[in-house]
Structures are given as structure tokens and as C-alpha cells.
Write a protein that binds this ligand. Structure first.
Ligand code: ADP
Ligand code: ASP
Ligand code: MG
Length: 404
């Protein structure tokens, strides 16, 4: 008898019929004699609807209230699923984040899980119950409801699996595994039977939303056996696991894209010590994650500095930067929300050169202009005009020979 954590995403619980389908899947695992904890997302579209309403109410909604609002979608699905299971004669109990003490820090909209009360859940499991849990939400030490960032239900599931030392954590979604790139924009994408935590972490951090990045961090840290599967198609999906001894790692193993960043440029910034810290410290204090940073060579003591921030923090970041710009006497601030970051990833890059050059060549052949570049040991990212995202992904995917 095993303890298994399932997570079902928005499209998997998008209607009453679909929730009934999830209940049947869970019932089957129970029949096989296993204990199950089911983490659910809100019905598809629901969180976006709540986000939209908050922004209709105010340009920059109060963050505490915003989190309390956008966490409510999950309460509907976790309770409906428990109702469905109970009506099938399978004892089930639903929990919200605060009820099982998914304790987080107080960084509203992107809170981090600090600990989980395993005992409360274990008590119900020992009593023979299936547990349904609202994903995406937690509670801080003061009792405020927090949310874990978009896609955060994945993290709820993996964190619970880690806290309860579950035998397996299965992420059920609308695709049947992790692919070389998003199969919804690149029909040629290839499903991977296995992917290492490290590569998955890189893909997720570069925008592959099939798993939220923090869920992969948890899985790696606590060695949670993690599998991505389809709710609707029966197959083995993709196992996310530790690195194995490979004869030769592929040079490029995947392509990712991210349309959720925006670009801010400070023009005519005085080029002297202490300026960068004046720009970035207030952003860090406001809990804004700055991603790529590019500073030009200075001309006549002035330079331009460009960086990217999550679109969800864009307005907040822009207000802060405009204030700083006055302070440091920068000439101008310009911003661009219509950007995308496309990236190629592969652990094999460590020992090979030429990936970046090939990437630039492939993009240039399509006439796609590169606005920013960043590289690490195992990835190369380029910021481009968002209207070319799909084209760029397909061209890179095929150009690096990842297709079927
Ligand atoms: P859920 O609502 O189940 O959490 P998400 O929409 O968050 O589902 O994540 C699944 C989606 O991730 C897929 O529909 C697909 O479009 C996208 N995706 C992006 N990159 C990849 C990839 N490399 N492999 C599989 N899916 C990917
Ligand atoms: N419902 C939340 C979102 O749409 C969390 C999740 O689906 O994982 O981001
Ligand atoms: Mg998701």
C-alpha cells in the first residue's frame, strides 16, 4: 500500500463532468488499496477571471485582498471533488491551505512554502479518508491567506508529497508529459520518457509552464518521485528524476519560451559606482524578481540599462524605476510589454561551444531581431518581439534537430 499524491490542473477540473471523471480516477487508485491526497487547481479560466475582477476594481489592488480573492477558485474544486467522492461512498475530506497549515512567508502573490502540518493530514489518512486539497494557497504566520504564484498548485502537490514522504507525486494535466518544447505550438515536439530535475528546473524557469519552477525545486531537494501525465490519455507520461550516467548528454534537449516578462530601459544613466544598487535595491525590497540585465558601454559618462521583470509586477516596477530615475538623474525611462524570451536548454552545452552562434543564425535567417541575450552553462536565452514567439520556437526546435 502506497501513499500517492495526485494533482489535477485547471482543464482537468474544468466542469462538473470533469470533476466526476477525476473522482473516478481517484476511486480506482483507492480500489487498488492506496492512500491518495488530491491537490486541485481552480476550474480553467477561473483564476484569470478573479484576477480580471481585481484589476477592474483597482489598477494596483491591495495585495493581501488580492491573494484572498484569487485563492477562492481552488476552494470550489477541492470541495466539489470531496462531495463527488463522498457521494460515491468513498470517505473524503477537503482542506484549504490554512486548515492544514501550509505556512508560507508573507510575499503576497508569490509566497514560499515554509512548512506543512503533516500530522493533520496523516490523521485523516489513517482514518481511511481521501484528502482533497486546494492548491496554490497557503497562510502566513499572521493568518493572512497567501498564494504561491501562477501555476502554484504544482508546488502545493510536491510540497505535500515531500512533507508526507509520499511514494509518488503525479501531476495530471492536459498534455501527456514533458516535451522537447510546448507541443501546443510545435506539433513536431517529442515526448520525453525521462527528464532530469536539473533540466526540468531550467525549462520551467525559462517559461515551460507544464511544471511551476518551485515544484521542481522541492522535488529535487526532497527527492520526490515526480511524474507528469495526462488526465485524459492513458500512458506512462514523463518521469522527472535524478541525473543518470549518460554516455553523452544531448547538446540541446529543449526549447522554452516565456511571454510573461516585460522590459524596462533607463536611458542616459550616469555611469558611476553606486548607480546599479540604487536602481535594483528598491526593486528587490518590493519583492520583484529582476531577470535579464544588460548595460551598454558608456558614452560620455552616460549609459543605458535594460532589464526584464515579470509582467505581473510590471506596473509596480515601473513606478519604482521612475522614482529612481529622478533620483539618479537618468534621462528617460522606456518600457516594452510586447516581448518574449526564447531559450534553448541542454546540459550537454557545458562541454560544447557554438550553441549561441547557431541560435543567432537560426533566428536571423527568419529576420527575427534579438533585443537581449543571456547565457549560462546550460542555456542560451534571447529576448525578441513577442509576435515572433511561435515562429522562433519552431525554428529553434527544428534547427537543433529536436523534432520527431
Ligand atoms: P495545468 O492547468 O494542468 O496546470 P498548464 O497549462 O499549467 O496546465 O501546463 C500545461 C501546459 O504547459 C501545456 O498545455 C503546454 O501548452 C505547456 N507547455 C509548455 N512547455 C511544455 C513542454 N516542454 N512540455 C509539455 N507542455 C508544455
Ligand atoms: N489556479 C492557479 C493559476 O491559474 C494555480 C494553478 O492552476 O496551479 O495559476
Ligand atoms: Mg499549471
Amino acid at each position: 500500500m502506497a501513499l500517492i499524491v495526485h494533482k489535477y490542473g485547471g482543464t482537468s477540473v474544468g466542469s462538473i463532468e470533469k470533476i466526476k471523471n477525476v473522482a473516478k480516477k481517484v476511486a480506482k487508485v483507492r480500489e487498488e488499496g492506496h492512500d491518495v491526497i488530491v491537490v486541485v487547481s481552480a476550474m480553467s479560466g477561473e483564476t484569470n477571471k478573479l484576477v480580471g475582477m481585481a484589476h477592474e476594481m483597482a489598477e494596483r489592488p491591495d495585495e493581501r485582498e488580492y491573494d484572498a480573492l484569487i485563492s477562492t477558485g481552488e476552494q470550489i474544486t477541492s470541495t466539489l471533488l470531496a462531495i463527488a467522492l463522498n457521494s460515491m461512498g468513498i470517505p473524503a475530506v477537503s482542506f484549504q491551505g490554512y486548515q492544514i497549515k501550509i505556512i508560507t512567508d508573507s510575499a503576497f502573490t508569490k509566497a514560499r512554502i515554509q512548512r506543512i502540518d503533516a500530522e493533520r493530514m496523516m490523521k485523516e489518512i489513517k482514518a481511511g479518508k481521501i484528502i482533497t486539497v486546494s492548491g496554490f494557497q497557503g497562510v502566513d504566520e499572521e493568518g493572512n491567506i497567501t498564494t504561491l504564484g501562477r501555476g502554484g498548485s504544482d508546488t502545493t502537490a510536491v510540497a505535500i508529497a515531500a512533507a508526507l514522504k509520499a511514494d509518488e507525486c503525479i501531476i495530471y494535466t492536459d498534455v501527456d508529459g514533458v516535451y522537447t518544447t510546448d507541443p501546443n505550438i510545435c506539433p513536431n515536439a517529442r515526448k520525453l520518457d525521462k527528464i532530469t530535475y536539473e533540466e526540468m528546473l531550467e525549462m520551467a524557469s525559462l517559461g515551460a509552464k507544464v511544471l511551476q519552477i518551485r515544484s521542481v525545486e522541492f522535488a529535487q531537494k526532497y527527492n520526490v518521485p515526480l511524474r507528469v501525465k495526462s488526465t485524459f490519455v492513458e500512458n506512462e507520461g514523463t518521469l522527472v528524476t535524478k541525473e543518470e550516467e549518460k554516455v553523452e548528454a544531448p547538446l540541446v534537449s529543449g526549447v522554452a519560451y516565456d511571454k510573461n516578462e516585460a522590459k524596462i530601459t533607463l536611458q542616459g544613466v550616469p555611469d558611476k559606482p553606486g548607480i546599479a544598487t540604487k536602481i535594483f535595491t528598491p526593486l528587490a525590497e518590493a519583492n520583484i524578481n529582476v531577470d535579464m540585465i544588460v548595460q551598454n558601454v558608456s558614452a560620455e559618462g552616460h549609459t543605458d540599462l535594460t532589464f526584464t521583470v515579470p509582467k505581473s509586477d510590471f506596473k509596480k516596477a515601473l513606478d519604482i524605476v521612475k522614482n529612481t530615475a529622478k533620483d539618479i538623474e537618468a534621462r528617460n525611462v522606456i518600457a516594452d510589454e510586447n516581448i518574449a524570451k526564447v531559450s534553448v536548454v541542454g546540459v550537454g552545452m557545458r562541454s560544447h561551444s557554438g550553441v549561441a552562434a547557431k541560435m543567432f543564425d537560426l533566428l536571423s535567417k527568419e529576420g527575427i531581431n534579438i533585443m537581449m541575450i543571456s547565457t549560462s552553462e546550460i542555456k542560451v536565452s534571447c529576448v525578441i518581439d513577442s509576435k515572433y514567439t511561435e515562429l522562433a520556437v519552431r525554428v529553434l526546435h527544428d534547427g537543433f534537430g529536436l523534432g520527431k
